[in-house]
Design a protein around this ligand. Structure first.
Ligand code: ZN
Ligand code: ZN
Length: 143
């Protein structure tokens, strides 16, 4: 069996994933049978055909706390935008790494660029601007 949260291979009797810490069976990003990445909410694994029991990803996300907080994301952008923390939080890893690298590789001489970028994004997230209402998986942000 594989971790449904990160795709790592698990011992059959494992209660939780040693890679990401998720409880076995929690998560919707990977097939429990073959470890293949699957679309959140997919009914079956396209690689091995195993049935996936995550029919309503958005509702489920709200129940198990997977939906990200708009307030948290906005504040992370405003205060830690220079490190791309808000984008790591929301799953926009590419953008997050770009912001982090601009700061780190310039020995923070260009951190103001990332900080302003993050600050603007933080405000857009908090105000619910059109392109900033979901995380990278398309799960709507909680109020
Ligand atoms: Zn895992
Ligand atoms: Zn599979």
């Amino acid at each position: 069996m594989f971790c449904k949260n990160c795709g790592a291979q698990l011992n059959e009797n494992a209660a939780f994933c040693v890679t990401c810490g998720a409880a076995a069976g929690q998560g919707a990003g990977y097939c429990h049978n073959c470890g293949n990445a699957v679309a959140p909410g997919a009914a079956v694994c396209l690689k091995c055909g195993a049935a996936l029991n995550s029919a309503v990803p958005n509702a489920a996300a709200g129940v198990n706390g997977a939906a990200k907080s708009k307030i948290a994301a906005g504040l992370l952008g405003i205060f830690l935008g220079a490190f791309g923390v808000h984008n790591f939080y929301l799953g926009y890893t590419g953008k997050a790494v770009a912001q982090l690298l601009i700061s780190v590789l310039s020995c923070f001489t260009l951190a103001i660029v990332s900080e302003i970028w993050g600050l603007v994004e933080g405000i857009l997230i908090l105000t619910g601007s059109a392109n900033y209402t979901t995380d990278a998986k398309g799960v709507p942000l909680q109020q």
